[in-house]
Design a protein around this ligand. Structure first.
Ligand code: GLU
Length: 492
């Protein structure tokens, strides 16, 4: 009978929800959900100097945003210190651990001596079997013992679900400390006692923990607990092949959310870090990941955090959303940029908002992009990009002013300025004046949007509407010489 699947995500609340940590959480969550098991949360907050409740909240918030729901009550490791201590005492009682009264410098001296004599060194367990009265005498002399686990002879072998077989000679493990001389339990003890008490069946964690695993296995055995299966996830490296850090850009989930990444895109991207899907597909909906993910398809080689792929995937997830959904998602970014729904006296005009989203959706890689690329839809207060001005206005300012005037007059005379009408005006004017359509299109785009690229001009003219287009063309005509001068200065 195989054990019921119970996995845990065990973050230390010492900072933001780092991408690597979220990655570990995701692989645990996916595995638990696929296996119809339980995904548990354990806050490893015994480092009271560095742990803070606000980081716990940030981590929970990030998990919720990513859609990783958890089962059962959250376990706080700091609330379990008594249990860790009593288990250490029980190990001593059972002869699986011992109180060691060596002072650090004495132990170091035995190590040096062994080294000088060319012997391999291990703790000689000098204090392992002392009598109560000897112990009392040492305590009376001011010595406080640490508790060490007795590592048996032999090898520790385990089958890592990702890395394959790992075997370690026990003489390299040493009788490590599980409780300090001040009585505080060490990390290894806390993790194993908690995993045993939580009945964890699979420990899925970052590869940086793999060197701890033989120690943990020895502890499980000493405690008489069932040893879980282990799966160590590959490291995530930056494109320079160094461990992912601040140097590579944003490294926390919150930063990506603030930058306008969709939670589905983050899940999609994280899932690809180490998971070999078996084909070239990269865009996955959450449902597809749930269906196809398998821990047995996770590779062991390092995986590279490719920011461009992340952006591209986010764009794909944006494109998969309806205009209505995108509008809901993009609104907070617009408000943050001081832009309100509708703009231009069209506050709250929902249809207008949806049309804008429809024009921008294919161009936006992030939700924040809607506020940047779409600014001119929501306010007349946009800047004229000096590059656009130099390219499309500055070479022949008088002629451009005149052309903008013709456009303005024709637009003003129309009853309705829709896409066809806009195109008709521009084609008509260029024929009449023997100019290329581009000689109207580019200067007009600069006047209406401040930019030289963006959504289709005829469509954006129709969405902005006649009144706004006429006003902006007029403003451009009036201010053109000044704007051209400014753009020239910007070049200098
Ligand atoms: N709290 C540890 C960490 O954040 C996790 C320990 C484990 O998964 O065993 O690295």
């Amino acid at each position: 009978m195989s054990r019921p699947v119970r996995v845990r995500f065990a973050p230390s609340p010492t900072g933001l929800l780092h991408i690597g940590v979220a990655h570990t959480a995701l692989f645990n969550w996916l595995f638990a959900r696929k296996e119809h098991g339980s995904f548990l949360l354990r806050v490893e907050d015994t480092d009271t100097e560095r742990s803070r409740q606000e980081w716990v909240e940030v981590i929970f918030d990030g998990l919720r945003w990513l859609g990783m729901d958890w089962d059962e009550e959250v376990v706080y490791q700091s609330h379990r210190v008594d249990r860790h201590q009593s288990q250490a005492d029980a190990l001593v009682e059972a002869g699986r651990a011992y109180r060691c009264y060596y002072l650090p410098e004495e132990l170091e001296a035995t190590r040096k001596e062994a080294l000088a004599e060319g012997r391999s060194w291990r703790n000689d367990r000098r204090y392992a079997d002392i009598s109560d009265s000897e112990a009392e005498a040492l305590e009376a002399a001011g010595r406080r013992p640490v508790i060490r686990l007795k590592i048996p002879e032999g090898r520790t072998v385990f089958q890592d679900r990702i890395l394959g077989e790992i075997a370690v000679e026990n003489e390299t493990i040493d009788d490590f400390v599980i409780v300090r001389s001040n009585g505080t339990p060490l990390y290894h003890l806390a993790v194993v006692v908690d995993d045993a008490d939580m009945n964890i069946s699979h420990v899925i964690r970052g590869i940086d923990h793999v060197t701890n695993t033989p120690k943990h296995i020895q502890l499980f055995r000493a405690l008489g607990a069932e040893v879980p299966e282990f799966a160590h996830l590959p490291s995530i490296l930056g494109e320079d092949k160094k461990k992912l850090s601040k140097r590579h850009g944003a490294v926390s989930v919150t930063e990506y959310r603030d930058a306008g990444y969709l939670s589905d895109a983050v899940v999609n991207f994280l899932s690809l870090l180490g998971w070999q899907t078996g084909d070239d597909q990269e865009y996955f909906t959450r449902a597809e990941i749930m269906e196809r993910f398998s821990l047995d398809q996770v590779h062991k080689r390092d995986t590279v955090f490719d920011l461009r792929k992340f952006e591209w995937l986010n764009g794909q997830h944006i494109m998969a959303r309806s205009n209505e959904e995108l509008w809901t998602l993009a609104q907070p970014y617009l408000s943050r940029a001081g832009l309100v729904a509708g703009g231009n006296g069209r506050d709250g005009d929902h249809d207008y908002a949806l049309e804008v989203v429809g024009l921008l959706r294919e161009r936006c890689r992030t939700l924040a992009d809607f506020a940047v690329q779409g600014r001119f839809f929501f306010t007349d207060d946009f800047a004229y990009n000096p590059k656009a001005v130099r390219k499309h206005w500055a070479k022949e300012p008088e002629a451009v002013t005149e052309r903008l005037g013709w456009l303005r007059a024709e637009f003003e005379a129309l009853d309705e300025l829709d896409t066809e009408a806009a195109e008709g005006v521009i084609r008509g004017l260029s024929e009449r004046h023997r100019l290329k359509a581009a000689q109207f299109i580019h200067p007009c785009r600069v006047a209406l949007t401040g930019e030289m690229a963006g959504p289709s001009l005829f469509h954006l003219i129709a969405v902005l509407g006649r009144v706004t287009c006429v006003e902006r063309l007029g403003k451009a005509q009036d201010r053109l010489p000044a704007i051209v001068d400014q753009a020239a200065v910007a070049e200098g």
